[in-house]
Design a protein around this ligand. Structure first.
Ligand SMILES: NC(=O)c1ccc[n+]([C@@H]2O[C@H](COP(=O)([O-])OP(=O)(O)OC[C@H]3O[C@@H](n4cnc5c(N)ncnc54)[C@H](O)[C@@H]3O)[C@@H](O)[C@H]2O)c1
Length: 329
């Protein structure tokens, strides 16, 4: 066993960039030994899982032995979670889960193109996130096919490449099937399925160059057939069918296509809750975790995983990020 003995330091280690105490979420497993007297402390500014032994030295000062060989160093380095300097497009990036993902990717140093129809939200995102990374914003309606081409062209002209396309925006009306009209179906498909397929097609030559990834958005409403969600559910399941097929077609070229089916507390969900408070209450009550997800810390973390090489052997998959609400088999 390769061990490193270091002097005990209480408190958080400083973040390498800001010098402020930071908690990077490193997991620490404390292993007990007969000599151990100290059993827990946050370990910060470290990535990965460390095995930490704490004991008293002969001089009675507390020391830590950090076991670094639980994976061989080379193996550990081979797992690449990094999205730094990746060029990422997020539709609907000014609000809800889109903004949560924008925040998470910006903090990891990815370069972002956020597309939205919400000008205030876009300005807010640029103000908040530009200190982390290069954030470009486009106020465009993704329902227009010409705009979809402009989105890809803009990302290429700003960043010179495209690594990750996230098709997140979607708008729909909740009504019983018999009350849905042509406009309702058009709204749902034109803000989701159609821009998703257009953007994927325009992005293809660039994703091929970078062996990039696509992250599309599904919904439990589509998977279970939630009443009043026919227009939405139909578009979501169309996106899943499209994603599975394109995942197969593009896999030999190294482009991966996956989906997230989330549950998160967002503006869109708040509006839906107002329109159907009973269904909203049922959603929370029946959720194993009895809460909705946080767009940044619960949902965007999975998007980071799908965007990074850590998920290099996954394609065509729907990841349920919903507190255990639906278990796909
Ligand atoms: N929040 C949930 O619990 C939940 C559950 C299942 C699926 N989803 C899916 O996750 C994704 C994000 O959901 P959300 O709750 O964050 O949505 P949201 O409604 O809170 O945010 C959507 C964003 O898209 C933007 N947008 C809307 N129409 C647009 C257009 N035509 N062009 C460009 N931008 C547009 C909006 O301005 C907004 O910023 C969606 O695909 C949604 O269907 C969410």
């Amino acid at each position: 066993m390769k061990s490193v003995v270091v002097s005990w330091q209480s408190g958080n280690a400083p973040d390498s960039k800001s010098g402020e105490p930071a908690n990077t979420g490193a997991q620490v497993q404390i292993l007990y030994s007969p000599y151990m007297t100290v059993t827990s402390t946050p370990v910060t500014s470290l990535t990965g899982v460390l095995f930490v032994y704490a004991f008293k030295s002969p001089q009675n000062t507390v020391q830590l032995a950090i076991r670094t060989d639980y994976r061989k160093e080379d193996d550990y380095m081979a797992i690449n979670w990094d999205v730094k300097d990746k060029s990422v497009i997020i539709t609907g990036g000014a609000g809800g889960i889109g903004y949560g993902m924008a925040t998470a990717f910006a903090k990891q140093g990815a370069n972002l193109l956020l597309v939205d129809v919400n000008d205030d939200g876009l300005n807010h995102a640029k103000d908040e996130l530009s200190s982390y990374t290069d954030v470009e914003v486009l106020n465009l309606d993704i329902a227009e096919k010409d705009n979809d081409k402009e989105i890809i062209d803009t990302a290429i002209s700003k960043f010179g490449k495209l690594d990750v396309l996230i098709n997140n925006a979607h708008v729909s009306h909740q009504k019983l099937f018999n009350d849905l009209d042509e406009d309702d179906f058009n709204l749902s498909f034109n803000t989701s399925f159609n821009p998703t397929r257009h953007l994927m097609k325009f992005a293809y030559p660039y994703l091929k160059k970078t062996k990039g990834t696509v992250i599309n958005f599904a919904s439990g409403a589509g998977l279970v057939g939630q009443p009043t969600q026919a227009a939405y559910a139909a578009a979501k399941e169309a996106i899943r069918g499209l994603s599975r097929t394109v995942a197969n077609e593009w896999a030999p070229e190294g482009i991966r296509v996956n989906l997230i089916s989330p549950i998160a507390e967002t503006e869109g969900v708040k509006q839906w809750a107002k329109a159907d408070p009973k269904q909203y209450a049922q959603l929370v009550a029946s959720n194993p975790m009895k809460r909705l997800g946080n767009p940044e810390t619960d949902i965007a973390s999975v998007a980071l995983f799908l965007a990074s090489d850590a998920s290099s052997y996954m394609t065509g998959q729907t990841l349920m990020v919903d507190g255990g609400d639906i278990k796909l088999r």
